[in-house]
Design a protein around this ligand. Structure first.
Ligand code: GLU
Ligand code: ZN
Length: 312
């Protein structure tokens, strides 16, 4: 284990409050904690509750569950619903600098439009990029009462972004003019995650590798806002027995479900540690012991396939 005496950066975990955390979420949280603590960083927590502002109860339970496994964090939890003024200020700043434009397209129009040259399918084809003021007035009238979304303008040399991921290695992505504020006024994940990571002093991001493809967008935005680029480690997901991403259909997968089946917080931690090759199956371990044994170089690179215990 490497010790950095006076390291001042931070790692983080950023759950979305959409019900109880399952083994996949818990394993990613444990990894984020191990990466941060093993490099002498702080570990900060952020609840990504913009889409589910009504689900505060599930966030509180998630935080309790993380704490019950021994994952501690520094400072107060950041709730994105309390950061709206900050997001609005940054949108204003980007707008004044001429980086934003309104987009009137529906999801369907974007899917049906021809793919722009050098862009992967699904990327925004730039339909509303260069409209005149009168075309914009007309489009606003056409889509009313719906409002326009706001997109970031990226010109050609800034569209291809490469970075080195600690786990996945060299990664390149071609980015489009992605949305930062949706037509319904909600701030997009790609925007708020970048703003909050910088604001929380995060310089190490550990998350599921399903988000690897979003990272070039995040880096493009960091460059635009003059933020330092954090290091990235996208870790393998946990899969169900059908080798699809772990989900409710796979049986008892959340912490309360596992506790109900006779597991304890302690045995779940041991299960997660074993999946990372840090302890023997069934051995009693503490987060401190896992921390002493953790080594990124020996992190399993394949997804962990979870096989629920057969019914007793
Ligand atoms: N809130 C996201 C999730 O729960 C994580 C986003 C991130 O780590 O950047 O999947
Ligand atoms: Zn558009």
């Amino acid at each position: 284990m490497v010790q950095h005496e006076k390291y001042s950066g931070a790692g983080r975990y950023a759950p979305s409050p959409s019900g109880d955390l399952h083994l996949g979420n818990l394993r990613t949280a444990l990894l984020a904690w191990l990466f941060a603590r093993s490099t002498g960083r702080s570990f900060v927590m952020r609840v990504e509750d913009l889409d589910r502002a009504r689900d505060q109860g599930s966030a509180a339970t998630q935080l309790e569950h993380l704490a019950s496994l021994g994952l501690n964090w520094d400072g107060p939890v950041v709730w994105q619903t309390e950061r709206i003024d900050a997001y609005a200020g940054i949108v204003r700043q980007l707008d004044e600098a001429g980086h934003l434009y309104e987009c009137y397209c529906t999801r369907r129009e974007i899917l049906e439009a021809p793919v722009a040259p050098h862009q992967p399918p699904g990327n925004y084809p730039g339909t509303c990029r260069d409209l005149s003021e009168s075309e914009r007035r007309e489009a606003r009238r056409r889509i009313a009462p719906r409002s326009a979304a706001l997109r970031l303008r990226f010109d050609e040399p800034h569209r291809e972004i490469s970075f080195t991921d600690g786990v996945c290695g060299e990664t390149t992505g071609v980015i489009d003019d992605f949305v930062i504020m949706r037509g319904d006024g909600a701030y997009a994940y790609n925007f708020v995650a970048v703003v909050d990571d910088a604001w929380q002093g995060v310089d190490q991001i550990v998350r599921g590798d399903d988000l690897l493809a979003s990272t070039p967008r995040h880096i493009a935005l960091q460059r635009l806002l003059g933020y330092a680029q954090p290091e990235y480690h996208h870790v393998p997901l946990v899969l169900g027995p059908d080798t699809k991403r772990l989900a409710k259909r796979d049986g008892a997968v959340t912490l309360p479900e596992l506790l109900e089946q006779g597991e304890t917080a302690q045995s779940v931690l041991s299960l997660l540690g074993a999946s990372l090759g840090l302890n023997e199956q069934g051995a009693r371990v503490t987060t401190q012991q896992l921390l002493e044994r953790f080594d990124e170089a020996r992190l399993p690179r394949e997804p962990w396939v979870w096989h629920p215990a057969s019914p007793q």
